[in-house]
Design a protein around this ligand. Structure first.
Ligand code: COA
Length: 329
């Protein structure tokens, strides 16, 4: 355990597009039903970005709220980290567009690509920056426009995803509040189970049925499900051990919001009281890197993370990547 946490979360915020797509709307697009989606995933609605909004716009909206709460002026931001797989353009980094739109002229800005695990990877990197870079304000954003890389003819995947952004401002920790323990892990051997090959000019990718993958989200759901449970469970135990606390000490568990059955299985396997598990997958679907920071801000604004409370966040995503962070508020 870090005897003295290096950094703390000083402000959070989130943004989702106004447009909502319901399960009933999806029944008109693919051969599915509200009953199937609800019972297999727990998802009821998801927010969909409109054509005139860029990923960086969602980032900016979420960031302004987080910066406001932390009392940080845009020119005092030292580093902007955006976790995303759906950046505005291939390069430069979406974080650079966020920098421009915020007028954060003194910041360094870069993206992190760790799919749905990106926000936790970003928190981990952001936390580390306080050791060697003399920074005071780091903003970590998880933001996605996943519905732009969704295959709307594939009922296996199109019912799952939504758009949104969440942000957290990190500042030097004072006292015992802040990030107590972190864990990150990847397994590139399993990349083919969840990927978007994009428009690759030299190589074609094929799925498990031998079909050429389109430049959209391709996923073998059942396999992903199993690894998601095992990996997040592993990550949870790693940070509990590193933080020298037990699952019973945790006041709120925020897992990646991908599927209610994954969250339920995790709660059952780790024995955490179900009332301590935050859930919003029903309203937003899987927003990838944005999922945990959206849930974190909602939970804080609902008063579920008062001063002194212990929050465990865990994620899993394409790569595969997974991780966890333990934070004392
Ligand atoms: N509506 C109706 N039927 C559907 C459907 C839909 N939207 N999507 C799939 N089905 C069908 C399948 O075609 C299959 O039919 P069959 O038995 O006739 O072949 C049946 O439902 C069962 O499919 P299966 O894939 O086994 O369902 P599942 O219980 O595993 O649920 C997922 C599918 C995708 C919801 C689930 O596997 C999952 O959540 N996986 C993890 C996804 C995830 O978390 N991804 C992101 C990680 S970061």
């Amino acid at each position: 355990m870090n005897e003295c946490p290096i950094s703390k979360i000083a402000g959070t915020g989130f943004a989702v597009p106004d447009k909502i797509l319901t399960n009933q709307d999806l029944e008109k697009i693919v051969d599915t039903s509200d009953e199937w989606i609800t019972s297999r995933t727990g998802i009821k609605t998801r927010h969909i970005v409109s054509d005139d909004v860029e990923n960086s716009d969602l980032c900016v909206e979420a960031s302004k709220k987080a910066l406001d709460e932390a009392g940080v002026r845009n020119e005092d931001i030292d580093v902007i980290i955006v976790a995303t797989v759906t950046g505005d353009v291939n390069f430069p980094a979406t974080a650079c567009y966020v920098q421009e739109k915020l007028g954060a002229v003194n910041a360094a800005a870069f993206d992190v690509m760790a799919a749905c695990s990106g926000f936790i990877y970003g928190l981990n990197i952001g936390n580390g920056l306080f050791i060697a870079n003399n920074v005071q304000n780091v903003i970590v954003i998880g933001s996605e426009t996943l519905t732009r890389i969704t295959n709307w003819e594939d009922r296996n995947t199109c019912v799952l995803f939504g758009d949104g952004a969440g942000a957290a401002v990190l500042q030097p920790s004072t006292g015992d509040k802040g990030i107590l323990a972190t864990y990150m892990k990847s397994d590139g051997r399993l990349s083919y189970l969840l990927m978007n090959p994009g428009h690759n000019p030299i190589k074609e990718y094929f799925d498990h049925e031998g079909k050429k993958m389109l430049p959209v989200i391709n996923m073998q759901g059942r396999e992903v499900f199993k690894y998601a449970v095992r990996s997040m469970e592993e990550a949870m135990y790693k940070v509990l051990e590193r933080g020298n606390v037990s699952i019973n000490d945790v006041d709120l568990l925020i897992t990646h919001q991908a599927n209610i059955r994954i969250i339920d299985t995790l709660a059952e396997r780790t024995g955490i009281n179900r009332e301590k598990v935050y859930i919003n997958v029903d309203r937003y679907g899987n927003t990838s890197a944005a999922s945990v920071p959206i849930a974190l801000d909602e939970a804080r604004k609902k008063g579920l993370l008062p001063e002194g409370s212990l929050c465990l966040m865990t994620v899993f995503g394409g790569g595969f990547t997974w991780g966890a962070v333990l934070v004392r508020f």
